[in-house]
Design a protein around this ligand. Structure first.
Ligand SMILES: Cc1cc2nc3c(=O)[nH]c(=O)nc-3n(C[C@H](O)[C@H](O)[C@H](O)COP(=O)(O)O)c2cc1C
Length: 208
């Protein structure tokens, strides 16, 4: 059975734009993959711990030599990585926070970037181990950061996620950005009109 892992990281609940985008993606994807399974992960409710020295020590201790405490410390990371290994495809809803990704998404990345599990170092340098996966990143930001705009160089969301996922072996990445959500706050545009072009792109992409 083909599986989609759907990640949300906006703390804004019902008012979130990125959550509307991932919801649309999942719906269109299920329509295109009858019998497929969508697994939802809300990164804002997982209470993921910050990676500390003990965690790093545990991660770099060979599995067979780990103490029970070290294994317990890595249990969350192990389970998040198993999620990724088992799924065929991923979709991420990502709000821009202070020109970067939300802290809950960064905590998750720190848990899943593991030497020997999701990447390795060999004679040819680092090698990503999450190969054969497809990822769609659905971004929402108050401002507009598309190529050629004055604010483009302030976007640390798309380049960072492309780099870190690429490092882990996920190179089949599609990014759809809904920039300019601030217009909704000011009432300049109604939500339906604003969302229509992004939802259209998402539907086409998820239906492939
Ligand atoms: C804590 C916080 C920081 C934000 N920082 C930025 C920012 O740096 N640039 C920007 O364009 N919008 C910023 N915004 C606006 C959000 O990107 C915008 O509201 C977007 O719609 C968030 O996605 P969401 O609706 O799914 O939560 C910020 C919003 C919050 C709550």
């Amino acid at each position: 059975m083909v599986t989609l892992l759907k990640f949300d990281s906006s703390p804004m609940g019902e008012r979130s734009i990125s959550r509307k985008l991932t919801e649309k993606f999942a719906k269109s994807w299920l329509h295109a993959h009858p019998g497929g399974k969508v697994i939802e992960r809300d990164l804002t409710t997982l209470n993921l711990p910050v990676v500390n020295g003990f965690w790093v020590g545990a991660a770099y201790t060979p599995e067979e030599a780990r103490t029970p405490e070290q294994s317990a410390t890595l249990a969350t990371s192990d389970s998040l990585i198993a999620d990724l290994q088992q799924a065929d495809e991923y979709v991420f809803g990502v709000p821009m926070h202070n020109f970067g990704i939300p802290s809950t998404l960064k905590l998750w990345i720190d848990q899943i970037a593991r030497a020997g599990k999701t990447f390795s170092y060999g004679p040819d340098g680092p090698k990503g181990l999450l190969t054969g996966k497809k990822a769609t990143l659905l971004l929402a930001s108050g401002g507009v950061y598309s190529e050629g705009t004055v604010m483009a160089s302030f976007d640390f969301v798309a380049p960072y996620l492309r780099a870190v996922f690429g490092f882990l072996g996920i190179t089949d990445i599609t990014i759809i950005a809904a920039g300019g959500t601030a217009q909704l706050m000011s009432g300049k545009v109604d939500p339906e009109t604003f969302l229509a072009p992004s939802l259209e792109k998402i539907h086409s992409h998820a239906s492939i």
